[in-house]
Ligand binder design. Sequence first.
Ligand code: SAM
Length: 349
Amino acid sequence: MERKVKELIDRLEKNHTLDTAEYAVLIRERTPETAGYLARKADALRRSIYGNSIYIRGLIEISSCCKNNCLYCGIRRGNRECERYRLTPEQILECCAQGYALGFRTFVLQGGEDPGFSDELVCQTVRAIRNRFPDCAVTLSLGEKSPKIYRLYHEAGAERYLLRHETADPVHYRKLHPREMSWAHRMDCLHVLRKTGFQVGCGFMVGSPFQTAECLAADLKFLEEFQPEMCGIGPFIPHHGTPFREYPAGTPELTVYLLSLIRLILPGVLLPATTALGTIAPDGREQGILAGANVIMPNLSPASVRKKYELYDNKLCTGDESAQNCASLRRRMEKIGYEIVTGRGDPAV
Ligand code: SAM
């Protein structure tokens, strides 16, 4: 079986495509040895395109208010314990100014779906950032909006949008979300974002409740077909204030394995070693980078609100997670042979 898995990895490296059933075999039949074999190929492919450069993005969590009730998420509407906050445009600009001084040239504005943060205010904020820091890219991650709103965001100067598809399997989606949310709508948003002209990021949690190897295989096939410019994956981690509080977390091992597979499917993709991976394993960032990831997103939110954007228990937000500690992160990356670079970090074409 090991030989069969290695053959599939070789074929994926060469053609960047497999059948969904073959992806499921790669996931189900993996061993530490095949994982090492795969990681070395993913690392080599990433180096052939991006060298040893690691891009950094400053993550600003602009609102913990959310109208949605996703069963896994700590800032879901139904979590009464969650402390809600909403940053002002001035606070967001101040975060960007700090980030700029630290060398960040991409700012990611992420938040719950917060009707109190009006679309006009989002546009105003994006315009202000682009005016003040014209050499920086603005990425938005604010959930599902109408085509018109995505267009306004784009016209305001946002060039990238992250919207994890969460799962490519509609039956699995139903188990993770309440009735009023729609898998078809989320997938449709990704296509609208692409048509609007954004660089688009999708992605999913690893080890979310009810996820099977077949669900993950469908996720990989979806990535192969959709060809996103960015892809964010991280382990599911339970939050004590959600219906999924008792479910086990996803593993770093499977997350890292999937990062390598994604690198072989999408050679030029911008692929972060996520906060969730850093939370679940002390060397999660390093493991992710060594397996083919090439982006890190340190936290640039004001220190006073960081604990409040708690998507899952014990989410990292201080120490090397903090943008202010970029020098330490730089040293950690150098230790494993990579270099954090300053720049917008657009995808290689
Ligand atoms: N509201 C926006 C959206 O829906 O895309 C962006 C914010 S949302 C909180 C960002 C991502 O956090 C989600 O796409 C989800 O994959 C991830 N997330 C939420 N709860 C999580 C958990 N318990 N463990 C790991 N990741 C989680």
